[in-house]
Design a protein around this ligand. Sequence first.
Ligand SMILES: [Zn+2]
Ligand SMILES: [Zn+2]
Length: 198
Amino acid sequence: MDPFCNTCFTNINDASCDLYCTQCHHVVCKNCILRNNERCSACNGKCRMVKITKDMPENVQRYFRDPVPELETLQNVVSFQEQQRNIAIGHHKQLLEDYHKLTAEVREQKKEYDRLRKVVLEIKRQKKGGRGNHGSSSSEFSTPKSSISGMTSSQFTDNSNNIAKKVAMDESFWRSTPSSTSSGGKALSQKMSRLNLQ
Ligand SMILES: [Zn+2]
Ligand SMILES: [Zn+2]
């Protein structure tokens, strides 16, 4: 826009003297300033003034430029920065989603590990118990010879294995009662039932 004196309304193109932009945001011509004792003739304020030329400071020049291209540039800057933020947010959302998914997987794997560990421990315990029963049965049955008379060696072994299985079955029954509070209790008893049925 073309500057004009806010007091005598002389346009910069028609003015016979220089125009000044004042700190109080007025434009006044030199003649009006001199007539008003070097004060702003628009508001009578005593303030700094900058002569309006092509070389005036950038922060003053911008007041006389068409703001539309600057607004468009500014709009592009805002859009660009918003898009960049959205890309970053999307990336972080994806990371968070992956993190939750992996955490859930780890939790499930930990559960499965604990369950299998209990099963393995139980099988080990059973094997140990089975051998113990076999030994004690052997000594118990060895005294009254009549009780095992006619029993072959393989029949005797089968019988003691059955006893060991029965003991394990009973033990698993008591462990699988509803009063059991262990987290893997139910799964373990099911597993044990399967093992005992084989
Ligand atoms: Zn004037
Ligand atoms: Zn003023």
